[in-house]
Ligand binder design. Structure first.
Ligand SMILES: [Cu+2]
Length: 611
């Protein structure tokens, strides 16, 4: 990853206004800020209030937005004042395989509490930063975890119970890049110079509280309890009317829909005033990492919470050409507001720019993409229910989110199939923590269409392909996905759990959310079966050192398995019976292990501490 460079942009001279593309370019007045990078294995992050100008050069004319407003932001401790974020946060670089530690301090104004959720990553439940891991005002939180996920673009944001909308629209979101330069075969084939040919693009719809005693009305600070996220303006990295100068190369756009509620069907074209003749984009990654091949597309649907990476070939343009990113019409059931057809930002090709490692062609292959290994261990079905409006709540299965209730208990290192039925009349972007799922079937209306159809793996349209953690489900549609729940089992207690929820933040906040825990098999089977279906093995001594004896009289043949708390099998052995068997464990690593004997439908289990 190259260090951030600041792209210097001169002020456009009046003399060149005669050129049409320059006139268009000038409509977009605010250079898009590129958040600085934070690297290293120890990240000290401060969450605080700041003053932010969403329109420093006066793009918007119907209101006066060129004012400093109260906002929330993340910053690296000690970041120089002249390069601090005043809205959103810096881009965090997570090297795959590294153990990361954080010191995250909450210095928000007004005594606000918050959390930091690592959206898209598989990490222990206690580190997940969901509603249970509150960082109280004036205190700090020190999560640590090993980055086991594949190369991908994910993000971090507040997940405070009932107040996520309020805090995200004030600015509490930022991007994460998981990278693996040494082992990623695509690292050198794709644009990778951050801020040169590799850009974070955070799209958010935005509304403002107005003081209408002025003409035009002036935006004023958001007050507690107001939720003007559902507005007519669109921010890119925290500014309206944004432009970005790009080199005449292949450029990588890491697009995140960080909106509170709105879906964006985005496409690129060169004519500010029409909504057709789209330029090609090549989708190369979803939120869970690379897809099979670069998929050529005119436009793509980004549901709330979604990340997608695109390559755009700017080598075909002339110096000064402008390419607009615009929002196409999305279905009424997935729409919140009226920016359809509008250009959201402008890319200006600048021949004076060049990247450190320029890329000029689109690779033909990316990665082998197949269904994750293993057969489905368990299938769960969920119904999205309810309706909006006063007195109504959105729910999953008719029960509101309860911080103290575990809705699902999942056995670690298994693959599950989840079937999500949307029984409501609105589209909902279904999001699940911890896992990256693969769509195996989707039945119903999809994307911008009105046709009801069934899409089945491996014949999936762009919107459904790839590892994902969020998928928009249209009214009446059924999403079926498979996911592996690998690593990090915890005890079956709610505060060690993970969330699944609608990522429309106002729906999440009104309780369209449930939680699950991932446990080892002794806890899983105990929670699943009555006592006559599951028997606890009597093992002595416990703790054990070189060997232990299983004090049992099991006549039936079966498989004895010993595995650690991450589910990794340490020993597997077949026996014709299990009668007072002594097992040598001198060669096994120390720590708590699960000893399991499965014989037909019978299941015997115990935990042993090897010391
Ligand atoms: Cu929803």
């Amino acid at each position: 990853m190259n260090k951030l460079i600041t792209i210097k942009v001169g002020i456009l001279l009046l003399a060149v206004l005669a050129l049409p593309q320059i006139i268009n370019a000038q409509i977009f007045k605010n250079e898009i800020p590129i958040p600085y990078l934070v690297t290293g294995s120890f990240m000290e992050i401060e969450i605080s209030g700041n003053q932010h100008n969403f329109d420093p050069n006066g793009f918007v004319t119907d209101i006066n937005l060129n004012v400093d407003l109260d906002a929330y932001c993340y910053n690296k401790q000690g970041q120089p004042v002249d390069n601090q974020m005043s809205y959103l946060g810096p881009t965090l670089v997570f090297p795959k395989g590294e153990e990361l530690e954080f010191e995250i301090s909450n210095n928000l104004p007004d005594g606000a509490n918050t959390t930091v959720h690592w959206h898209g990553l598989n990490i222990p439940g206690l580190m997940d930063g969901g509603p249970h891991q509150v960082i109280f005002n004036g205190s700090s939180w020190s999560p640590f975890f090993n980055v086991i996920d594949e190369v991908q673009t994910c993000w971090y944001h507040t997940h405070l119970m009932d107040l996520t909308t309020d805090q995200v629209i004030r600015g509490l979101a930022g991007m994460i890049i998981v990278e693996d330069p040494a082992n990623d075969p695509l690292y050198s084939l794709l644009p990778k110079n951050y801020g040169e040919n590799d850009f974070p693009i955070v799209i958010q719809e935005k509304g403002f509280v107005l003081d209408s005693t002025t003409t035009p009305p002036t935006a004023v600070a958001i007050k507690a309890g107001e939720k003007p996220g559902n507005g007519p303006y669109t921010l890119i990295n925290g500014v309206v009317g944004g432009y970005l100068k790009v080199p005449a190369e292949v450029v990588r756009l890491r697009v995140l829909n960080g909106s509170p509620r709105k879906m964006f069907q985005i496409g690129l074209n060169t004519d500010l005033n029409t909504n057709n003749n789209f330029e090609k984009m090549w989708m190369v990654a979803t939120g869970g990492g690379y897809i099979d091949v670069p998929r050529e597309t005119d436009s793509t649907l980004m549901s709330v919470g979604d990340r997608r990476e695109f390559l755009v070939d700017f080598t075909q343009f002339a110096d000064g050409d402008t390419v607009y990113m615009r929002k196409l019409t999305v279905p009424a059931d997935a729409n919140y507001g009226s920016t359809n057809g509008k250009a959201l930002m402008a890319f200006i090709v600048d021949f004076s720019l060049s990247s450190s490692d320029p890329i000029t062609s689109i690779p033909s292959q990316l990665v082998d993409y197949t269904l994750s290994e293993g057969s489905v261990f368990k299938t769960r079905e969920k119904d999205l229910m309810g309706s909006g409006g006063s007195g109504n709540v959105w729910t999953i299965d008719g029960t509101p989110m309860d911080m103290n209730v575990i809705n699902d208990t999942v056995l670690v290192n298994t693959k599950e199939k989840w079937v999500i039925n949307n029984l409501t009349n609105k589209s909902h972007p279904f999001h699940i923590h911890k896992v990256q799922f693969q769509v195996v079937e989707y039945t119903g209306k999809l994307g911008m269409g009105d046709t009801v159809a069934t899409y089945t793996f491996p014949d999936l349209p762009d919107e459904l392909v790839g590892y994902k953690d969020v998928q928009l489900i249209r009214p009446g549609a059924i999403l079926t996905f498979e996911a592996r729940f690998d690593s990090f089992p915890g005890p079956p207690v709610a505060h060690m759990g993970y969330m699944y929820h609608c990522h429309i933040l106002t729906h999440e906040d009104t309780s369209m959310m449930h939680q699950f825990v991932v446990v080892d098999s002794s806890d899983f089977y105990t929670s699943l079966f009555s006592n006559n279906e599951l028997e606890i093995l009597n093992i002595y001594p416990n703790p054990a050192r070189n060997e232990f004896t299983i004090n049992a009289e099991i006549e039936e043949a079966g498989i004895l398995r010993i595995y650690d708390l991450t589910g990794k099998t340490l020993r597997q052995q077949t026996f014709n019976s299990l009668k007072n068997k002594t097992i040598s464990v001198a060669d096994l690593p120390r720590g708590i292990v699960i000893v399991e004997y499965v014989s037909g439908s019978k299941h015997f289990i115990s935990k042993v501490n090897l010391n």
